[in-house]
Design a protein around this ligand. Structure first.
Ligand SMILES: [Fe+2]
Length: 274
């Protein structure tokens, strides 16, 4: 007779010896945060390798793989400058705002991720939310209230890729669950733009293949990645090999109760909460 596996606790999942989130006043955690601030300020990306214990990573992968048949497929070419979508025709045809890259992604919406599984055990742990607030220098953060996009999963299979884009949020939090055998690399150009300057010439050089300024943070399974993607162009290179690249995205907001616009929900999940 088969027995149901016990639900792992957050202590089984997160390496609290290395990242003592359960001791928020400790000097050890203060040191982790100081180091993270330096890296974030310097490069716009902060990696916490081994955040999920090595032995717990397969639990997360198994959960994601079990949800694969409920994923929504995004298969399109798109521009990076979504904020000019409403006025694209005011730019000449040759302008870099019209350049596109490929988005071939399977998204698992948050409402398919079990409330009692390992992924939500991590995401719903209040000490993690408090830790992310300290890392990103917010007095307080809340997990978003969006049932589709609070805690979701992206799976890139062979040939899949996540095209060049900016994030709508000032910072993003992702958890690498499984890397591809090859390819599937996260590439990031810190602060290529700023609120006053789109820096079109640099973006054009990047599209033309210039690698100057691009970082490739070494993401391994179990790594938590906090990055500032609002003005930093980033993408994921095409996956090669059979093993899918699996990443979870955790969403936070300064105000409680945040729900993403219906268009954003539809874009990622093919549905709206309504
Ligand atoms: Fe992004």
């Amino acid at each position: 007779m088969s027995q149901r596996q016990p639900i792992p606790s957050v202590h089984d999942l997160i390496d609290l010896d290395r990242y003592p989130l359960d001791q928020p006043d400790s000097a050890e955690l203060a040191s982790v945060i100081t180091d993270a601030h330096e890296t974030l300020d310097d490069t716009g990306v902060c990696l916490l390798p081994g955040f999920v214990r090595t032995e717990a990573v397969p639990l997360l992968v198994a959960e994601a793989e079990s949800l694969m048949d409920q994923s929504n497929r995004q298969d399109r070419d798109d521009i990076a400058f979504g904020h000019y979508r409403h006025c694209l025709d005011t730019f000449p045809d040759s302008h870099v705002v019209h350049r596109t890259s490929s988005f071939r992604i399977n998204h698992i919406a948050g409402d398919h991720v079990s409330a009692h599984g390992p992924l939500r055990t991590i995401y719903h742990w209040q000490q993690l939310t408090d830790f992310i607030a300290r890392l990103t220098r917010h007095p307080v953060l809340h997990r978003v209230a969006d049932p589709l996009l609070d805690c979701n999963v992206t799976i890139l299979g062979p040939g899949d890729t996540h095209g060049w884009h900016y994030d709508g949020n000032h910072f993003s939090v992702t958890l690498m669950m499984q890397t591809a055998e090859d390819g599937g690399r996260f590439e990031f150009y810190p602060n290529i733009a700023n609120p006053d300057d789109d820096n079109f010439p640099a973006v054009e050089r990047l599209y033309d293949g210039d690698r100057e300024g691009i970082l490739t943070p070494p993401l391994e399974a179990g790594t938590l990645n906090i990055f500032r993607g609002r003005y930093s162009l980033h993408h994921v290179t095409p996956v090669t090999g059979e093993r899918p690249r699996i990443v979870s995205i955790f969403s936070y907001h300064q105000q409680p109760g945040m729900i993403f616009p219906a268009a954003t929900q539809k874009n990622y999940t093919g549905r709206t909460a309504a």
